[in-house]
Ligand binder design. Structure first.
Ligand code: OGA
Ligand code: MN
Length: 289
């Protein structure tokens, strides 16, 4: 007698860019075998960003999948004034307005390069973004490889950040909106937020990555403000280079999982009259070291 064991065969197809791979042969609405999960984690460690196309996921499916990687983290404090059901594990990223109220965060504008929630002491290790509705064009999401950014950092800049931390501004989101409960601090040396090493070690791969978070109001404690500004500008110029990036053009049913420990991301603006609706989870991480 032969037992028929149905296996999902995981295929990882790298994008050919600086990071990212498509994972094929996996239906994330089904429970995953340990073998499948292990294969996905391997591919993730190697490719930093994974895309699963053609999915049909409920929020429960999205949360179950995300929990394979760790405990879920709360969604960030919203910029918009209405957070109907308080804090939640699923963050709605959307420009859609219903009955005069935005249903989600980040609007239709550009979101500049950033790492999610890096302004907290233990930032999420990963985010998973699932698209329900997307515009015809615009709203692409760029991802950039911070291992490569560090590898290619000019020696002088590398020396400049050795042993230094950066203060990550908690007051504004990646679309530049002030979060509820925060006041604007125009002088970056007064920034409120967590301090993290500029060079961090990935706890799984052991590799070192440049860790910048976001540019606005960032500050390198111990440096005069002007020096901190100049060093950060140079680091950001370098880290924003297109050859470190790969862009995701969304289709409905795409789930993209990225590693906040070694990846930054940004989003292009899109037509505010178009609808874009995505659901995001964030997975708890450790204190960067
Ligand atoms: C996010 C984010 C980008 C996008 O959800 O953290 O930055 O494409 N979103 O909406
Ligand atoms: Mn983000």
């Amino acid at each position: 007698m032969t037992a028929v064991i149905e296996r999902q065969r995981v295929v990882a197809r790298p994008t050919g860019g600086a990071l990212g791979a498509d994972i094929e042969g996996v239906d994330l609405a089904q429970p995953l075998t340990q073998e499948t999960t292990a294969a996905i984690k391997d591919a993730w460690a190697q490719n930093l960003v994974l895309r699963f196309r053609g999915q049909r996921l409920s929020d429960d499916d999205l949360m179950r999948f995300s929990r394979q990687f760790g405990e879920l983290d709360w969604a960030p404090v919203a910029a918009t004034t209405d957070a109907p059901e308080g804090r939640d594990y699923v963050m709605v990223v959307s420009n859609v307005v219903e009955n005069g109220k935005p249903i989600g965060q980040l609007g239709a504008y550009e979101a500049v390069w950033h790492t999610d929630m890096s302004y907290v002491a233990e930032p999420p290790q990963a985010s998973a973004l699932y698209s329900l509705e997307v515009p015809e064009s615009g709203g692409d999401t760029g991802f950039s490889n911070m291992y490569l950014a560090l590898e290619r950092l000019p020696a002088e800049l590398r020396r400049g950040i050795e042993g230094r931390v950066c203060r990550h501004d908690a007051s504004r989101n990646s679309a530049g909106e002030l979060r509820r409960g925060y006041v604007d601090a125009p002088d970056p040396s007064q920034t409120v937020g967590a301090d993290h090493p500029l060079v961090r070690t990935h706890p799984v791969t052991g590799k070192k990555a440049l860790f910048l978070g976001r540019r606005r109001n960032a500050y390198i404690p111990g440096l005069p403000l002007a020096e901190s500004e100049a060093l950060l500008d140079a680091l950001w110029d370098h880290a924003s280079r297109p050859e470190l990036a790969w862009y995701q053009q969304w289709r409905p049913g795409d789930l993209v999982l990225w590693d906040n420990r070694c990846v930054m991301h940004r989003r292009d603006a899109f037509d505010p009259a178009a609808r874009r609706v995505m659901h995001r989870t964030q997975i708890k991480g450790d204190r960067p070291y």
